[in-house]
Design a protein around this ligand. Sequence first.
Ligand code: ATP
Ligand code: MG
Length: 260
Amino acid sequence: MIEIREIGRQFNTRDGGTFEALKDVSFSVKDKEFFSIIGPSGCGKTTLLKMVAGLVRPTSGQIVIDGSPVSGPGNDRAMVFQHFVLLPWADILTNVGFGLEMRGLSRRESREAARPFLDRVGLTGFAEHYPHELSGGMQQRVGLARALAVSPDILLMDEPFGALDAQTRQLMQEDLMRIWDVEQKTVIFVTHSMDEAAYLSDRVLVMDTHPGKVREVLDVPLPRPRDEAVRTTPVFNELTSHMWHELRGMIGDPTAPAPE
Ligand SMILES: Nc1ncnc2c1ncn2[C@@H]1O[C@H](COP(=O)(O)OP(=O)(O)OP(=O)(O)O)[C@@H](O)[C@H]1O
Ligand SMILES: [Mg+2]
């Protein structure tokens, strides 16, 4: 279990003051849960995810994973970013194995171990291709394969499909669902898309901003395995319109009449 306990984070501002990015954030994520975080831009989603990854330290509070406080990055966690940076000079198989190389395996061993993960994300034939030869969606698959290859218990995904076109994004969501069904990892997934959050998640954390804090945690009572058909169910629609209502309240409604 991942426990986020009263996390706060301040950053120094240029004028010598401090800016409170996150305040009193507490929630927990169960083992093998698919947990999404949604909230306005700047509410601290990436900061929070990096804290779980051990890349950023909280100013106050603590993150505890299976009883141990997080003090830095660890082999139990892997992160996937919106713009996954692949090594341009290395072929896809080396790119997928890169995390393993970082952990001390030889190039040959890493490539060997990486191959099944390339299959898992549907890129079997692309082992010897180079990143520039792949589409954006394929490159994100490589990023996902690289994260899976180190066999983390926890997958931290920061808007992994945010830069993709709508159709590719939907296909990636389906693939991720399929992979997660098999791999059964704990996933924390940051997204701006309410549909994506509802389709993928067991629970969704809606964040508030200035400072970033928990607004509510929603259950997603949709049966699994899920397919495209769930997107048209009343439960799905109620959930996404509820999220929209909450978020719109935070960012303001540009179409609302100006106050008198
Ligand atoms: N290293 C830093 N130094 C100063 N301020 C920072 C730093 N990292 C983040 N911030 C500030 O903290 C706040 C939260 O940033 P963060 O990137 O976590 O937001 P986010 O919710 O991921 O936003 P988005 O949805 O746009 O990705 C922002 O106001 C940001 O400017
Ligand atoms: Mg972010």
